[in-house]
Design a protein around this ligand. Sequence first.
Ligand SMILES: C[S@@+](CC[C@H](N)C(=O)[O-])C[C@H]1O[C@@H](n2cnc3c(N)ncnc32)[C@H](O)[C@@H]1O
Length: 350
Amino acid sequence: MHVKMRFSNMNSKTIQDQITYQKTVINENLRYFKPSTVKKQKTFLDEITLSLNNIPRSINPKFFYDNTGSKLFDEICSLPEYYLYNSEIEILNNIKKEIKLHIDSEIRLVELGSGSSIKTRILLDTLYNLQTSVEYFPIDISDILSFSTKELCNIYNDLKITGIIDTYENGLNFIEDYDNKPNLISFLGSSFGNFNHLEGSQFLKTISDMMKESDLFLIGFDLKKDKSILQNAYNDSKGITAKFNLNVLKRINTELNADFDLTKFSHHSVYNELDGRIEMYLKSLCAQTVKIPDVNIPINLLKDELIHTENSYKFSIPQIESKLEDADIGIKKIWCDSRNYFALVLGQKI
Ligand SMILES: C[S@@+](CC[C@H](N)C(=O)[O-])C[C@H]1O[C@@H](n2cnc3c(N)ncnc32)[C@H](O)[C@@H]1O
């Protein structure tokens, strides 16, 4: 079945903003919406071609997450060096009782970048303590959503899931137009840190503009800390982060028939103290030419040339406070883990 999404604010949107979604119904509790494959492929080809031909070259981190990339990210989360995962889990477990005090008994959980929805289970358990019927709207660009939601259905027999396999922005538009029920919008895993400062501020404003007074926003931020702890987290000893980084080239080969030779690239990541961010790159180990057949522009890489694949910004508490305030999001509570490595913030539209 094809569903044409219409947006409430049609005046400020062009006709191209209407997205054709395919609706898949798995059972009475689980359905998900996905944009038509043709559109998705075109976006991937267009964006990759543009960003690989612009100097400095880059690949948007949202393209890391094909099925292999999503599995590799889950492996990263199990690494001792990747403190982000355990720190956030610790906070979520600690705030179970307290967060209930802020939650409306009607609220539904919306999750941006839900991935394998493991941490989500802590939030779902909290909602089940308050409500007889729980609704969950995961939004993720990766097809991992179709697997992780099936697993959730096995755990929570009556959980009502509506998944949106699309970008954060399109998922938020979907939610905004959906109904007037209050939403707890969660954005976990420090994914916010992938935006640069301007994009991040705009994204927070987009969220605050679409939020109703009854909505809540729960967002994770990785905190500034010792440089060696940060660098180790993105240069793990088992080389899983390197595999994750290189996998994006494999994905471009598979989906766009490009001819990247993965043995001629290496993973490179470094903490840029001045800008407060981990920078991740793929380094070309020799001078080489790569071709994507649907585009007639060869990509000529120099020896040691870097392809930027991800920034992961780290924040101080005052930076977090001012970012949210600038976006008209009032802070209800900030929680940190026992090592002060990570912060979870609960906010509401001012
Ligand atoms: C770093 S993982 C975090 C997963 C999970 N929330 C956690 O905390 O462990 C980021 C997730 O966001 C998704 N993602 C990345 N960029 C996205 C985008 N622009 N729009 C929608 N989803 C995106 C990825 O597919 C991935 O599942």
